[in-house]
Ligand binder design. Structure first.
Ligand code: AMP
Length: 176
């Protein structure tokens, strides 16, 4: 499955969820076995031999890619969640949205100090979500080895907000 074939399955949905947003619908990639398999392989490829022991997936669409990435890397899975979802002691990080702020949490024992963690999400847009996730994992002492996404919206320059962590994207959209 080529990058172009995966790209062709990502659909633009104008004005969703609000006016002016072009929503990138990745569900056709999930629905196509060859595309889903190829996307997961392409997302994990640069990190295959980097002794990753945990893969952190960002709620909710990040989970869909992070779980198979974790299984194929022989790593565990860590959910990065919105408040009120994780039942035990958590650490949390606030981050900026276009209007207002939001919060992400992980369990305080989600990764051990020094553990090598790969972060997975579907889309890298402004980078705020990924940057907050890096902060959370560093807070518990994890070694954040990389960030991998299916789609990077290059025109939003999210990569510039990712401090000291290699960023890998399978499909890049620079059209804005
Ligand atoms: P950001 O924090 O701006 O990088 O936003 C990243 C998060 O928001 C990811 O978890 C994406 O799932 C979601 N997201 C942001 N922009 C879009 C978009 N245009 N289409 C689909 N999902 C998006």
């Amino acid at each position: 499955m080529t990058e172009a074939a995966i790209r062709a399955l990502i659909r633009d949905v104008p004005d969703f969820p609000t006016a002016g947003i072009i929503y990138k619908d990745i569900t056709p990639v999930l629905a196509d076995h060859a595309a889903f398999d190829g996307a997961v392989e392409a997302m994990l490829a640069p990190f295959r031999d980097l002794a990753i022991s945990k893969v952190a997936g960002i709620e909710a669409r990040g989970f869909m890619f992070a779980a198979p990435v974790a299984a194929r890397l022989g790593a565990g899975f860590v959910p990065v969640r919105k408040p009120g979802k994780l039942p035990r002691q958590v650490v949390e990080q606030e981050y900026d949205l276009e209007y207002g702020t939001d919060v992400l949490q992980i369990h305080a024992d989600a990764a051990a100090p020094g553990e090598r963690v790969l972060i997975v999400d579907d889309v890298l847009a402004t980078g705020g979500t990924a940057a907050a996730t890096i902060e959370l994992l560093r807070h518990v002492g994890a070694d954040v080895v990389g960030l991998t996404v299916l789609l990077e919206l290059e025109f939003l320059h999210g990569r510039q907000r990712i401090d000291g962590v290699p960023v890998h994207s399978v499909v890049r959209d620079g059209s804005g």
